[in-house]
Design a protein around this ligand. Sequence first.
Ligand code: SAM
Length: 439
Amino acid sequence: MCYTIPGQVKKIKDRIATIEYFGEQKTAINELDDLKIGDYIYAQGGFVIKKIPEAEALSILTVWKETFFELQELDLRLSRVGMEKYGVNKKLSFILDKALENMLLKEADLLYLLDLEDKKELALLFKTANFLRQKHLSNSCCVHGIIEFSNYCSQNCQYCGIAASNKEIKRYRMTEEEIYDAAKQAIEKYGFQTLVLQSGEDSTYSAETLCEIVKTIKERWSVLIFISCGEVGLAGLKKLYQAGARGLLMRFETSNQKIYRQIHPGRTLDSRIKHLEEAFRLGYLIITGGLIGLPGQTRRDILNDLLLAKKLHTEMYTFGPFLPHPGTPLAKSPHPEVKDVLKTLAIARLFDPINAKILVTTGFETLHPKAREEGLMAGTNSVMLNVTPHQFSKNYSIYPNRAHNQESIQKQINTTLSILRGMGRAPTDLGVSLDSPLP
Ligand code: SAM
């Protein structure tokens, strides 16, 4: 993962640039025609996104230099605390040792971990996941911004508060200008370098309109753009890639065909998967995953979800709790327990230790006020902040009482940076100086 700090290009071979950050080398795909060895750049999600003048780069690096190593040191220290395995049963100890030695865990091992209930054993699982996160990915943490530009949706997902059948919510569509204003604020004022553009399935925005939006944002600012507008069609995916989108956020929701059919009337899991496969083939970065705690879901289903996410080449795992919404057919179904969500996130790390970004979802934060702190200490390394203007975001009610719904962008950033600093983590895509005032 690349940091938000400027890196210096050390080598360019075909489309791959090698970039150095305080002595650490990373690689990224280069799509800039005029990139040269020695240039300073920002990279995001494995793409070089823009060059920056040397003087500006050097002054940012001076501010960061000491802090960079201090943060890494703190993270290293915290990730080694309490790894003793005294009194832990042999089977668990054996599985965790295998994970620590980079051996592939078998499905039976993962199912065993998914069945853990004992607090002490769970604590050891979370610590192991955090240790692996630190060992392979160091202290970087993705902080993407998300703009939810429309809550109109033609679909009737049985759990979702913005489903077409819910007549109780106030609907909104942001105009193109409103989307650009939100993007401008997120990028210029708050320093985001990766934006996710999300909406319900709303055909009012044709593929051409979505392409125009992506193209305009890319032309005005050099950022990495993920689209998250549901099934836009395989041709739509191609057009959006050509317009400059480089990431797709789309959960398959569940790998269980029967549950999928029951909760997505008129839709098929195969079609969802086809989109994800085609997106990867086109070169998109993939963020996918599923809902934890759906009615009828078993531990085996959760394992299958993790396997499917990996098979779909997810670069970021997004697994969050199902949260019952009163305006939906699943209003009376229970949400999962906090420990089951944390367990899934930690197991995702053991299952895909080396490269995976794993998200602490807003859904998890809605279920549990300490989700971010606990998730980040259990193997995860990504968060998303909502940069939708408040007058719209308050109506993006996919589930009730969404965490941070009342918070300004600045407040979300301050809280996030404060949590990250306390754990020695550095944001990868939020260009806010570590000198920025904290609350
Ligand atoms: N239309 C896009 C799509 O189909 O992926 C993106 C919008 S959709 C509202 C974004 C995500 O919200 C879904 O992938 C789903 O997992 C999540 N979501 C919707 N309702 C939810 C609920 N009640 N609990 C938890 N997550 C929910």
